[in-house]
Write a protein that binds this ligand. Structure first.
Ligand code: FEO
Ligand code: CA
Ligand code: CA
Length: 732
C-alpha cells in the first residue's frame, strides 16, 4: 500500500523503511561503461462500467520476434471518477468485500463500525490472489472454469493514528493503550481468506458458508520449515523449540506452485512490532541488534497499531519484540518474535485442516510475489522474489530436488512443498552496466558472508533469517523497490516491477539516498500539482533472461507521464492511452500471454486513479541501449546508459481498467479459459480523514456502495470479477 500523504504519522512510514545503508556499489563508477458449486451462493451485484465493442482477437501469445499478438479492446482513459472503469464490451462486478460473511456464525455486514467476528469475515486490503479450480464434487480440478477457490491476501487496513478507523463506530482509539476489543478486530482482518466462487446462470458469486472456506489470521498456528526450523533465532515463549509461530502478516504478493498450493509473501511486517527504548543494551548489543536495525526496527520504535497495549495476555505482549525476560535463549519473552515473520508461506488452499508452513529457505525480507520459472522434468525448480523497500534486492531460490512431474498431482501437497522448497540455494542479483548480471549464492562458504563485519554468519539458518545482511555482504544491486515479479510463460523471462524510489538521485547525499546505475537509471523532478517530487517517482519494469549463474536484462517499460521529457523521463514514449506511474502488481495470463501491470501510485494521482494495463511484451534485447545525458548541479555532464525495451505500440500496451478514488489495483487471478479474471481493489477512500469517519459526505470514496454493493457508505476493499459481454477471452 501507499503511505497516506496526509497521515499525521507521516514521519513514520510503516510501508517503507530505509534500513539499507550498506555501502553496496550502485555503479556510479561504471555509469558510462523483455512477457460447479455448493452452499448458499450470494448473488453478485454492483455492476460497474460496460458498453459494447467488437474484438480483433488475440493471436496466440506474445513473446515472439515476429508478428506480436494484438490487444483487441479500446483503451480506458485516465480518470479521477469514483468508479471502476473497464473497456467497452466488458463488465466488472463486485464479488467479495471487507466484512462479507464467509463462515457460519457471521451476520450480514452492517458496515457501520459495529461489526465484529472478523475471523469469520472477509479481511481488509485485498491484495495478491490465486485461483484453485474445483470439480463438481469439490475436489481439485486444474481445468475447471466455472467453480473454484480464490485464495486472497488481506494485507493491511486503512489506518490513521494507530486506529483502523473505518471498522470502529466512531473511528476507534488513537492513543495508547488500545482497547483489546479494537485490537482483536484489527488483528483478525489481517491474513488470508480462501473462499469458494462459482458462476451460476452467467453470474459469478462467492459462497457465504462453503465447507471449503477458511481464514488464517495473525493468530493462526503455523509451522517453521526449512533451514531456520529450530534455530536459536526463532526461540520464543510460544515456541521454545523454535519450530512454530503464530500467524502471517501484511501478505502482499502471491504465487502458485506446480503442485497446486498457494504461496503468500509477508511484506511490511516489521511495523507491527515495538521495541523498548533501551533494548539494545538489554540484548548486550549482540548480533540480534544489527539484524533488527537492518529490518527497520531500531530500539524505541513504535508499532503501527499499538497492539502490544491490548492487555497482559500473551497474544498482545508478543508484539513487543524486546528482551523482557531473563532467559539466555529467549524462551520466556518475545525478543525473537519478529524473526517469525518475513517469509514465503505455503498454504494448501484445498485443505483447511493442514497447517501452513513458513518456507524459510526462500529467505526473510519484505516479500512480494513468488514466481516459478519454467518447469522442466529432471531440472531444479526456480522461484523468483523481490524485497520491497527502497534500495532492496532481487532474489531467486533454486531447489536441490529435481522436478518429478508426478509430484504435480500428489495427494499430500505440502509434503511436495517440503521436497522442493525446504532445501536449495538462495541467490541475490547483481546488475552490471553492460546489460548482464550475476546471481550470487548466499552461503557461509562465501567468506564475504562468513566474515561480514556487520554480521558474522555461521550457518544456513542465519542466512535464512537475516537474509538482507548476507546480500549486503556480497554487494547486491540496490533496486528501486522490487515489487511483484512474474514469468512470461512463452519464454521464461522474468519481469519485476520496480515501483518507485524517492531516494534515487543523480547526486546522492546521506546514507539513505543512492546514486544512479544502469538498471535504475532515472532521477528526475515531477510535479504533483504544486508539490515537487524527486527521485524515480514513476518506477519501471525490469526484465531478465536467466542463464543459471548469470542473466541478461533490459528495462521493458519506464513509468512516466505521457507529456514528460522523452530523453530523460518518458524513455518508453508512453502515450495518453499507456502512461502509468508506480507499477506494483504483475501477472502473466497463462491462457493469453497478456502481461497485466497494476499500479499502486501516489505520484500521478492528481491526474488519474490507479489502474491496470494490458501488455504484450517482446523479449530482453528487443530494444536498444539508451544514454541519458544528465547535468549535475555544478554544470558538469554525466551520461548514464541503460537498455530499454522496444517502444510499445497502441496494440501492445494499453490501459484496461481504472479504479475508484484512493485505491490501488492489485492481485489478478484467471480461469484457465482466460474468460474470467478476478482483480482486487485495495483501500478505496484511503485519503479520508479519521475525523470524518461518521460523515459519508466527506469520504474520499464511497465505493463499492456507490456501485450498488452492500450496506453503509464506508469504502471497502473488494474483489471484482471481469468478463467480456460476448463471452470471449479477456483482452481479445
Ligand atoms: Fe504490498 Fe510492496 O506492496
Ligand atoms: Ca506529475
Ligand atoms: Ca503491492
Amino acid at each position: 500500500m501507499t503511505q497516506r500523504a496526509d497521515a499525521p504519522q507521516a514521519a513514520v512510514d510503516f510501508n517503507n523503511e530505509d534500513s539499507n545503508t550498506s555501502a553496496n556499489p550502485t555503479f556510479e563508477a561504471v555509469l558510462s561503461a523483455r512477457l460447479s458449486r455448493r452452499g448458499m451462493l450470494r448473488g453478485s451485484v454492483g455492476t460497474v462500467g460496460a458498453t459494447v465493442l467488437g474484438s480483433l482477437g488475440m493471436t496466440a501469445c506474445g513473446g515472439s520476434d515476429d508478428e506480436p499478438a494484438k490487444l483487441g479492446f479500446g483503451a480506458v482513459a485516465k480518470s479521477l471518477a469514483d468508479v471502476v472503469s473497464v473497456p467497452a464490451g466488458y463488465t466488472a462486478s463486485v464479488l467479495y468485500a471487507l466484512g462479507d460473511p464467509i463462515l457460519a456464525g457471521a451476520s450480514a455486514y452492517k458496515n457501520d463500525g459495529t461489526d465484529t467476528d472478523f475471523d469469520k469475515r472477509g479481511g481488509d486490503h485485498h491484495d495478491g490472489m490465486e485461483w484453485f479450480g474445483l470439480s463438481a464434487d469439490g475436489k481439485r480440478s486444474d481445468n475447471a472454469t466455472d467453480r473454484g477457490l480464490l485464495a486472497i491476501n488481506h494485507e493491511a487496513t486503512t489506518d490513521e493514528r494507530l486506529s483502523s478507523f473505518f471498522i470502529h463506530a466512531n473511528g476507534g482509539t488513537s492513543t495508547l493503550p488500545r482497547p483489546a476489543s479494537e485490537v482483536d478486530k484489527e488483528v483478525a482482518l489481517h491474513g488470508i481468506a480462501v473462499i469458494e466462487v462459482a458462476r451460476m446462470a452467467g453470474k459469478w458469486a462467492y459462497s457465504t458458508n462453503s465447507a471449503l472456506n477458511f481464514r488464517l489470521t495473525p493468530l493462526s498456528a503455523m509451522e517453521i520449515s526449512g533451514p531456520a526450523r529450530g534455530s536459536a533465532d526463532l526461540v520464543t515463549k510460544y515456541s521454545p523449540t523454535g519450530t512454530m509461530t503464530r500467524g502471517t502478516l501484511n501478505n502482499c504478493g502471491t504465487g502458485k506452485t506446480p503442485w497446486g498450493t498457494f504461496l503468500t509473501g509477508e511484506e511490511n511486517w516489521f511495523g507491527y512490532f515495538t521495541r523498548d527504548a533501551a533494548d539494545d543494551a538489554a540484548r548486550g548489543n549482540d548480533k540480534s541488534v544489527a539484524s533488527l536495525k537492518r529490518y527497520g526496527r531500531t530500539q524505541g520504535a513504535a508499532s503501527r497499531h499499538g497492539w502490544e497495549t491490548g492487555g497482559s495476555a500473551d497474544q498482545y505482549q508478543r508484539w513487543n519484540n524486546s528482551k523482557t525476560g531473563s532467559s539466555a535463549n529467549g524462551s520466556d519473552d518475545y525478543r525473537n518474535e519478529m524473526n517469525g515473520m518475513g517469509y514465503i508461506v505455503e498454504i494448501d488452499a484445498y485443505d483447511k485442516s493442514r497447517m501452513a508452513k513458513k518456507r524459510t529457505g526462500l529467505g526473510r525480507f519484505a516479500h512480494e510475489s513468488a514466481a516459478f520459472g519454467q518447469v522442466t522434468a529432471g531440472q531444479p525448480l526456480t522461484v523468483y522474489m523481490g524485497d520491497d523497500s527502497r534500495g532492496e534486492y532481487i532474489y531467486k531460490f533454486v531447489s536441490t530436488a529435481l522436478w518429478n512431474a508426478a509430484d504435480a498431482n500428489a495427494a499430500d501437497r505440502l509434503a511436495v512443498g517440503d521436497k522442493y522448497l525446504d532445501s536449495g540455494k538462495l541467490y541475490v542479483a547483481k546488475f552490471n552496466s553492460d546489460g548482464t548480471g550475476q546471481w550470487v549464492e548466499l552461503t557461509v562458504a562465501n567468506s564475504a558472508i562468513a566474515n561480514y563485519s556487520a554480521f558474522r554468519f555461521t550457518n544456513a539458518a542465519e542466512i535464512a533469517v537475516h537474509t538482507r545482511l548476507a546480500a549486503d555482504a556480497v554487494g547486491a544491486t540496490k533496486m528501486d523497490r522490487p515489487e511483484w515479479n512474474a514469468v512470461n510463460p512463452v519464454n521464461g523471462e522474468i519481469y519485476f516491477t520496480l515501483t518507485n524510489n524517492s531516494n534515487r538521485r543523480l547526486e546522492p547525499s546521506g546514507s539513505s539516498q543512492m546514486g544512479l546505475d544502469a538498471a535504475n537509471p532515472r532521477a528526475y523532478t515531477d510535479m504533483k500539482g504544486t508539490a515537487r517530487q524527486d527521485g524515480n517517482s514513476h518506477g519501471h519494469v525490469v526484465r531478465m533472461k536467466d542463464g543459471t549463474s548469470s542473466f541478461t536484462w533490459d528495462v521493458y517499460l519506464f513509468g512516466a507521464e505521457a507529456g514528460a521529457d522523452k530523453a530523460l523521463v518518458n524513455l518508453s514514449s508512453l502515450t495518453d492511452d499507456q502512461d502509468f506511474s508506480s507499477p506494483d502488481g504483475l501477472a502473466f495470463s497463462k491462457s493469453t500471454g497478456i502481461c497485466w501491470i497494476q499500479t499502486d501510485d501516489g505520484a500521478y494521482t492528481d491526474v488519474t486513479n490507479c489502474m491496470m494495463l494490458a501488455a504484450v511484451p517482446g523479449q530482453v534485447g528487443d530494444g536498444g541501449k539508451k544514454t541519458l545525458a544528465y547535468t549535475k548541479a555544478d554544470g558538469s555532464k554525466v551520461d548514464v546508459s541503460t537498455y530499454v525495451g522496444k517502444t510499445p505500440t497502441p496494440e501492445t500496451l494499453k490501459r484496461f481498467l481504472v479504479g475508484p478514488k484512493g485505491c490501488e489495483i492489485t492481485g489478478l487471478a484467471e480461469t484457465p479459459d482466460g474468460k474470467t479474471i478476478f482483480v482486487n481493489i485495495q483501500h478505496p477512500g484511503e485519503g479520508t480523514a479519521m475525523a470524518n469517519v461518521t460523515d459519508p459526505t466527506k469520504y474520499q470514496s464511497q465505493w463499492p456502495s456507490n456501485a450498488g454493493y452492500g450496506a453503509g457508505k464506508r469504502p471497502r476493499s473488494a474483489t471484482i470479477v471481469i468478463t467480456k459481454n460476448d463471452g470471449g477471452v479477456i483482452g481479445s
